[in-house]
Design a protein around this ligand. Sequence first.
Ligand code: ADP
Ligand code: MG
Length: 272
Amino acid sequence: MNTAARISVRSITKIFALGKESFTALDRVSLDIADNEFVTVVGPSGCGKSTLLNILAGLEQPSEGEALVDGSVVSAPGPERGVIFQQYALFPWLTVRKNVEFGLKTAGVPKAERRERAQHFIELVGLEQFADALPKMLSGGMRQRCAIARAYAVNPSILLMDEPFGALDALTRVKLQDQLLDTWSKEQRTVLFITHDVDEAVYLANRVIVMAARPGRIYDVVDVDLPYPRTEEFRLSTEFAALRNRVWHSVYHQDGTTIANSNHPMPSSTTA
Ligand code: ADP
Ligand code: MG
């Protein structure tokens, strides 16, 4: 147990009422994340990944147990936690630039600095030509890049990311993965990143948490004890393949059954 954990999930159970029935979305989940750690979470659909993230974001309350950030129980959202959702959440009446500036304005950042910071992150996600466009004029992937720029702009020390790159094309996804790792290694950030992509989970993480469903729980923890910066060479290495296969097995062959998944083919090499 790391006493200096930035994020501490202590035996959290979350039960949703479904009519007369109740559904256990999380069953005694415990997890500590150290300062500057990059933790990814993978698992089949419905295993409680988003529920866990929403609790850490302060948007849902656990039924039992508690979530702590910097030693304080989480009860509401806070400026030190930036959240990026699976579904981009933009203000439809504001341009890309105004959306990205929004959090900075709320934080009282002066206008000139706001402009500059917004411009930096708009360029980072490759939306400079659309800075004055409204969200309805953008594709889904572009809207998500705008949501990412908006979250990065306020520079939160904790990033809670729920399948942020899931809707993006492969090239943009790789670019944003590398850019996220770059920012993470330069600035002090603690990241909890949910994905359904096993390669992405291993590529980014210090540690991969594999969850299982019914009830939602931690099924396996895989340390990715390999150095950064992670490069294309790393993606093609045997160490990467071995870890990827191990995580793949944990996700798709839980309890000896094969979980159907339409998004990804099996890895070509299954020797770990
Ligand atoms: P994941 O993100 O891993 O796909 P979720 O955390 O979204 O899973 O959901 C876990 C389970 O809890 C699912 O079965 C889902 O239907 C259920 N669930 C999530 N939110 C609610 C809610 N507000 N009310 C009832 N059931 C919910
Ligand atoms: Mg989810």
